[in-house]
Design a protein around this ligand. Sequence first.
Ligand code: TRP
Length: 468
Amino acid sequence: MKGKRENWGSSFGFILAAAGSAVGLGNIWKFPYIAGENGGAAFIVVYLISILLIGIPIFISELIIGRKSQLNVVGAYKKLSNNNPFWSIVGYMGIFTAFVILSYYNVVAGWSIGYFFEGLKGTFNDFTTVELASNYFGNQTSSTFWIISWQLIFVALSVYVVFSGVRKGIEKYSKLLMPILLIILIFLAVWGSSLKGGSAGLAFLFKPNWGSINGKVILIALGHAFFTLSLGMGAIITYGSYFSKDDNILTSALWVVFLDTFIAIVAGIAIFTSVFSMGFNPADGPGLIFNILPTVFNKMPGGNIFGILFFLLLSIAALTSAVSLLEVITSYFVDNKNYSRHRVVIISAFITFLVGIPSAMSFGLLKDYQIFQKSFFDIMDFLSANILLPGGGLLIAIFIGWKYGYKKSLDALESGSNEWFKSNIFFAFLGKKVPAKKLSIGNVWFIFIRFIAPVLITLVFLKSIGII
Ligand code: TRP
C-alpha cells in the first residue's frame, strides 16, 4: 500500500491511498445533493465546522490506533484495550458498517458506470433539457435489469481490484487520474459560473440562510463530514496500520482533509451554477448530478467526450473508495480466520451485492415500500452516515481520550512528527516551531479528542432527536 518514496515526502504513498478512499461519490454525488436538500450555504458551514472541530481530530486518532496496533479494526481495538470485550464490539461495529455502506455505495457507483456507457452510446446528445435527462434517469433507475447489472459489474470490478493486485496499479493510476478529475471539475465550475444565472448558484452555496438549520440538518452535515473523510468505522485505522513510525500523522491527515474538502466544494460550484442557470430545483435528491451534468455536457462544445471522461473518472474514484471499505472487512477475516484472501473478498463482496439489491430497487419496483417515509436506500444511507459513523467516531474519541489516555496517545503521535507536536499551535500556523508547555499542537488536539469532539457529537445526536 505504501507508494514509492524516493522523490516525495515520506507519507506521500499514504496520502494518495487515503485520498483515494476519501474522494469518491461522497464528494461529487452526495455532497451536492444533500447540500441542495438542506439549504445550501448554511449547511456547508456546519459541514466545514464539523470537519475542522471533529473530523481532523478523529482522523488523527484513527491513524494513531492503526499505526500503534498494526492490525485490522477489530484486532486494533482488542490489542490497544488489552482484550476488553466492549472495545472488540466497537471493532465489529466497524465491519458491520462497511457492509451497510457498501451495499448502497455499489448501487450509485453502478449508475456511474452505467452513465459512462450511456455517454459512449451518445445518449447525452438527446438531453436538450433537464426534464428529458431526468426522465431518462428515472427510467433507467427503475429498470431492475439495468440497475442490478451495473451494480454487479461494479462489485465484480472492486473484487478484481482487491485481489488481482491491480490495487497498486490503481493507486499509481489515481496519481494521474484524480488530478484529471479535479481539472474537469474546475473546468465545469468555471463553465457553470460563466452561464447566465450561474451566479445564483454561487449565492446558494456561499450566502448562508441560517433559518434552514435545524437538528436534522446539523446531524446530516456531521454525518457527511464522517462519510466524506472515510471516518468512524476503521477504514483510516486499517490504512494507518500500514504507516511506519517515520510517517508524519498530522501533515498526512491535514493533506487528505484539505484535498477532500476542496474537491467537494469545487464539485458543489460546478453543479449548483448549472442547476440555477437551468432554472432547476436544487433539492432534486440522489439523481441530481445524473440529471444536471449530462444536460450540461449536451450544451457544451465537445461535451460528449467530456461527459464520457467525467463518468469514467467518477467510477474510478468510487472504485478506490469501495476498495477501502472492502479492505476493512477483508483484513479482519484474513488476519483472524485464516481464510484465504480471495475467498474472503469474493464472499464479502457478494454479500454486499445481495444486501444492496433492495437499495438498487428502491427507485423502481420497491419505490412504494417505505418505512418512516424512507426507502430502503435512504434507510441504509441514514443508518450508516448519520448513526453508525458519528456513533463510531464518538467511540473512537472516547477510546483515545479516556481509555488509551494522554501519555500513550501523545507518544504515539510524536513519532515521525518532527517535534511539531510540541510546538506552540499559534506559532505553528505561522510556520514556526516554538516549543510550548501548554498550548502545543499535541495538547490542543488531545483537548479536542477528550472533550470537545465527544461533547459536540453527543449534542448533535440529542438535538437531532429533539431532546435539546
Ligand atoms: N469517503 C468515501 C466517499 O466520499 C466513501 C468511503 C470510503 C467511506 N470508505 C469509507 C465512508 C469509510 C465511510 C467510511 O465517497
